[in-house]
Design a protein around this ligand. Structure first.
Ligand code: T46
Length: 131
């Protein structure tokens, strides 16, 4: 199977109060974070994404609920379900990604290594080779 998105266990401190997960440089974060955004309140049956990025790298965590990622590049496809706040998915440049089956309680946190830039989006699968 193709390994387009890297699943990463996030160090988590668990005690009698609950849990605290940490993503930091030198730990699980492979880049300096320049932007954070989160997707929530997704309507039932709605899918999102459907693009790749030319330069952007991202680290995605479902801090609540779950979502199914479909990842694709010229070499293959991979499906990943994110359903734990202590596990992240690294999605690098040039990887087509779609998010499906977001639960109503899904809060999908995304940490990115760049600011928002519409020109970084590849929205046609046929342009994937040019990333
Ligand atoms: C991605 C997946 C995982 C901004 O103005 N600033 C931002 O930083 C972002 C991320 C979005 N927007 C605006 C652009 C659109 O008008 O928010 C609106 C919704 O964004 P979009 O349709 O791109 O959302 P998704 O869920 O399809 O994709 C998002 C990210 O845009 C994308 O980079 O990799 O989540």
């Amino acid at each position: 199977m193709s390994n387009l998105g890297q699943l990463i266990e996030i160090p988590t401190h668990r005690d009698e109060r609950g849990s605290l997960s940490v993503a930091e440089i030198g730990g699980v974060l492979p880049f300096v974070v320049r932007r954070a955004y989160w997707i929530h309140g997704t309507k039932p049956g709605v899918s999102r994404g459907f693009h790749a990025h030319r330069k952007l790298n991202q680290f995605c965590v479902c801090v609540s609920g779950s979502a199914r990622f479909l990842l694709e590049d010229a070499k293959g496809r991979q499906e990943v379900v994110l359903d734990r706040p202590d596990r992240g998915l690294f999605v690098g440049t040039g990887v087509w990604h779609e998010m499906h089956d977001l639960t109503q309680d899904c809060v999908l946190l995304v940490l990115a290594d760049g600011e928002y830039d519409e020109s970084d989006y590849l929205r046609n699968r046929k342009d994937m080779g040019s990333a």
